[in-house]
Write a protein that binds this ligand. Structure first.
Ligand code: ADP
Ligand code: MG
Ligand code: MG
Length: 883
């Protein structure tokens, strides 16, 4: 087998450049050489060699020694220099290069091939003593650091002392003689630390470096990086050996890095930096301040030192030509390294450039409009998750921040407001027109109204799937959760972070995208939803099959979701409406009533309120389908806690406080999640579902009459396990519908269906579909019940589970396709067998997760439903899944 692939000087053994074989860097060096770009000649030792190197006890087969020797001959032939030649030495760089760029691997060694003899030759042919000795000291330093792994601090220290002794402040002030003295010192340091003199044999240098690159593949750092980024251990790395070109040969030489387009805003403008008379890493290392590439960028920044466009106009023109060639060749924005040696441009690296979400969007749309890529490719190039960054207000990047602490980035976006420590105050002060940040140790369903009123939410406890995180994401409120650095005293209304204090009314800012918590107000910038975003969404909509609905229960959320393109409501949770201040007393009265008459009395108060909720929602949704779930949570979630609350309910119900308290104690459950909730409430207290259904139908008819757009309510029964449960509940809903229709003298269309959120329901889907006209997979509960994992308690062990590979991702964030997905597939198949036109959708958190959406497409569901701010993400992910 061939292990060595040559490139440069008209040769390109690797052809188009195979990344798996040559690594990313090698493949693209080969690719650039194959299209005739100026690439210093070199060769790549393939990743297959890395694998063999480890198989054979970290040794090299003789055949490879021969191939490497031939590679050197190739370089020598083109450069006219000879490796190790004392008169005119060839110098090379040795560069690692895995398939994907991987920090943790060996760094590059430059100027390899220098020793006490060749340095003299280099000085003579270049006519530049200083350059030669500077290169030699750089080489010793780099080789000692990355190949011999000696303490680099010692070399830096020696350089600092040399400068101090001579009264210099910059490296550039050192003369040839100074560098020569330093070289001697460096060699002494090597001998002291390594126990042997610095290798003078250039071939020993080369094989030392090649061995170090392959060796670094199994370094601890590289292993950790691979584990964190799902990179297989058997990929291996390639090694690139390449003739040196010198950016440090005086004022007509330079080195730089560039992007073919602006990687932060996406503008179609060259972007980059360069340094005159410098080598390799100098630009990134920040030893001197680099200069701008283009005149426009320099002027925009108000900087003085000439741009490359001004300082080296001819080379710049050549570089610009190369940028365009590369973009056309790779059909993507490129990130480039180049060096200019005495006026001649050399390309040292190209790869697809990393970019912000904003730039990704703009570049994809621009490139499709330019005809460089197709619309399908543009759709595939934008990471749906990354859109999240674009849809929320973000902190003004130029503003100063006084960071107090950092928590988890639980729900994206940024917000400033006054600190408030309880939900009632949050609601009151927000109603008075103030911006509020709600700060809680953790939140519970009772905080819904406060969370709604707040601009942002901060909690001291709880993970990425805590109540606060899930609800905040659903509402599109920024949230930082689990900020362990803060301690909250809710009674005194004070939060402490170390020695600092925040009291109620003090202004704070949270950034739910980074998890930062800041003191004071930090200005935010609003997202822009038109332009490129709008264009890409139109393209995506034309390609997707899945419909996208939203999970929403307030008119505001419904409106937001429609602006984001929602095509209906997939889940309207009626209980959220019950927590509102004006209703909670009636809700509690209903729960604590000891008989049907008592419940009906309370329900009578709730009916008009529920009806008006639905009227508003139906109006906003203007004839689009709306799935409304009847009451689901365990009743105890609504119970009063404080003495005063009991008194209030008692007064409203005309009962005494003691009776009420006894009744509340009776409602206690050991495991409420599996307790008296969902349709079990409707089975035991049918009047609750009856009144809710009544409110739905009365509202639908009212809106139909008012607007002419008749809503099509889809009434959803939660937590069904058996066909009989659904039969009973459907009868209640149908009876309510008939009563309303008779009352109003008008009928409307409606459907009754169920949520599939218990394994039994999924397995019995064939029977259940005899009654239900639709299934909506409630994957939050279905995940809990299938895995037997309580979402609210999972934070303690789930991270460990993911780290140990038990689940590939948090199953509450990304669907457990293997297990829960299997149940969904079974239910879909059995449901369709009974009722071919059954409507199938998904309404858990997973409805906004791209990987889960791909599964829904593959399973042939009709729609996904996501929280309003995730609707665009779902639209794009659905398009990608369909392509
Ligand atoms: P990294 O992956 O860390 O960027 P590279 O192998 O690209 O490592 O090299 C580090 C630096 O050295 C880059 O600035 C690169 O342009 C420069 N460099 C690498 N090879 C050569 C060479 N043959 N001649 C001149 N500079 C080089
Ligand atoms: Mg590089
Ligand atoms: Mg549920």
């Amino acid at each position: 087998t061939q292990y060595v692939y040559r490139f440069g000087g008209g040769v390109s053994d690797g052809g188009a450049g195979d990344k798996n074989l040559l690594g990313g860097k090698g493949a693209n060096l080969d690719g650039m050489a194959s299209i005739g770009l100026p690439v210093p000649p070199g060769f790549t030792i393939s990743t297959a060699m890395c694998t063999r190197y480890y198989e054979e006890g970290e040794t090299f087969p003789d055949s490879v020694k021969g191939e490497v020797a031939n590679g050197l001959i190739h370089i020598e032939g083109i450069t006219g220099k000879t490796f190790g030649d004392a008169a005119d030495p060839l110098l090379v760089s040795v560069r690692s290069g895995a398939r994907v760029s991987m920090p943790g691997m060996m760094d590059t060694v430059l100027n390899l091939g220098l020793n006490d003899e060749t340095v003299v030759g280099l000085a003579a042919v270049s006519g530049d003593d200083r350059f030669a000795w500077d290169s030699y000291r750089r080489f010793i330093q780099m080789y000692s650091d990355v190949v011999l792994e000696l303490d680099h601090g010692r070399f830096e220290e020696a350089l600092e002392i040399a400068k101090e002794d001579r009264g210099y402040s910059l490296d550039t002030e050192l003369s040839a003689g100074d560098w020569q003295v330093l070289v001697a010192e460096y060699k002494a340091i090597v001998e002291e630390l390594w126990g042997k003199p610095f290798p003078q044999d250039v071939h020993a240098q080369l094989w030392g470096a090649i061995g170090a690159v392959f060796g670094s593949w199994q370094s601890e750092r590289a292993k950790v990086y691979r584990r964190l980024n799902d990179i297989p251990g058997d990929w291996g790395t390639a090694v690139n050996v390449q003739a040196m070109v010198f950016g440090n040969m005086g004022e007509t030489s330079a080195t730089g890095v560039a992007f073919t387009r602006d990687p932060s805003k996406g503008d179609n403008a060259y972007y980059g930096e360069f340094l005159i008379n410098a080598q390799g890493e100098d630009v990134v290392a920040g030893i001197r301040t680099p200069q701008y590439l283009t005149r426009a960028a320099r002027e925009a920044a108000g900087a003085k030192p000439a741009s490359m466009e001004e300082a080296m106009p001819e080379v710049y023109a050549e570089l610009a030509r190369v940028f365009d060639l590369l973009e056309r060749h790779y059909r993507d924005m490129q990130d480039i390294e180049f060096t200019v040696e005495r006026g001649k441009l050399w390309m040292l690296q190209t790869r697809s450039g990393k970019r912000t979400a904003k730039a990704a969007l703009k570049i994809a749309v621009d490139m499709a409009n330019e005809g460089l890529i197709t619309q399908e490719e543009a759709i595939l190039r934008v990471d749906p998750q990354a859109l999240d960054q674009l849809l929320h207000p973000t902190l003004d990047p130029s503003a100063v921040r006084d960071v107090l602490t950092k928590g988890l980035p639980a729900s994206p976006g940024a917000a400033s407001g006054i600190a408030v420590f309880d939900s009632d105050t949050a609601e009151k002060r927000a109603a008075a027109g103030e911006s509020v940040i709600l700060i809680r140790v953790e939140t519970s369903p009772e905080d819904i109204h406060g969370m709604h009123a707040a601009r942002g939410i901060l909690t001291a406890r709880g993970g990425m799937t805590s109540h606060a995180a899930v609800v905040a994401r659903g509402m599109g409120r920024p949230c930082v959760s689990g900020a362990g650095g803060i301690s909250i005293n809710a009674r005194e209304k004070i939060m402490r972070v170390g020695v600092r204090e925040v009291r109620e009314g003090d202004i704070v800012t949270i950034d739910g995208t980074t998890g930062e918590v800041m003191a004071g107000a930090v200005p935010t910038v609003q997202p822009e939803l038109s332009g490129d975003f709008g264009t890409l969404m139109v393209w995506a909509d034309a390609k997707r099959r899945l419909k996208v609905r939203t999970n929403a229960e307030t008119p505001l959320d419904c409106r937001t979701a429609r602006e984001f393109g929602a095509e209906g409501i997939g889940l309207c949770r009626t209980e959220h409406m019950f927590f509102e201040q004006s209703r909670i007393t009636a809700v509690r009265q209903m729960i604590l009533a000891s008989d049907e008459a008592g419940r009906r009395a309370a329900l009578a108060k709730l009916l008009p309120e529920q009806r008006s909720d639905f009227v508003e929602i139906f109006e906003v949704m203007a004839g689009l389908p709306c799935t409304i779930r009847l009451l689901d949570p365990p009743l105890h979630e609504f119970l009063p806690h404080e003495e005063s609350e009991f008194a209030e309910v008692a007064a409203a119900a005309g009962l005494d406080v003691e009776t009420l308290k006894r009744r509340a104690a009776e409602l206690h459950e050991f495991n409420p999640m599996l307790g008296h909730r969902g349709c079990r409430l409707g089975v035991t207290y049918p009047e609750i579902y009856e009144i809710q259904a009544r409110a739905i139908f009365e509202a639908a008819i009212e809106v139909a009459e008012k607007t002419g757009a008749a809503p099509v309510p889809e009434v959803m029964i939660p937590l069904v396990a058996t066909k009989r449960e659904l039969e009973l509940m459907k009868a209640v809903v149908d009876a309510a519908a008939e009563a309303v229709f008779a009352d109003k003298g008008r009928r409307i269309e409606y459907l009754v269906g169920t949520m599939i959120e218990l394994p039994r329901a999924a397995l019995m889907a064939g029977q259940i579909a005899e009654v239900g006209a639709f299934f909506s997979f409630g994957t939050n509960d279905l995940t809990q019940t299938t895995l037997g994992v309580s979402r609210d308690d999972a934070a303690r062990f789930l991270t460990t589970y993911v780290e140990k590979g038990i689940y590939p991702k948090d199953p509450f964030v990304s669907l457990d396709v293997e297990g829960v997905g299997e149940l969904i597939a079974i239910a879909a198949e059995r449901g369709r067998a009974t009722r071919p036109d059954i409507k199938l959708g998904i309404c858990g958190e997973h409805g906004g997760d791209p990987a889960s959406i791909a599964f829904c497409e593959a399973t042939g569901l009709d729609y996904v439903s996501a929280s309003p701010y995730r609707v665009p993400i779902a639209r794009l992910a659905a398009a990608q899944a369909a392509l």
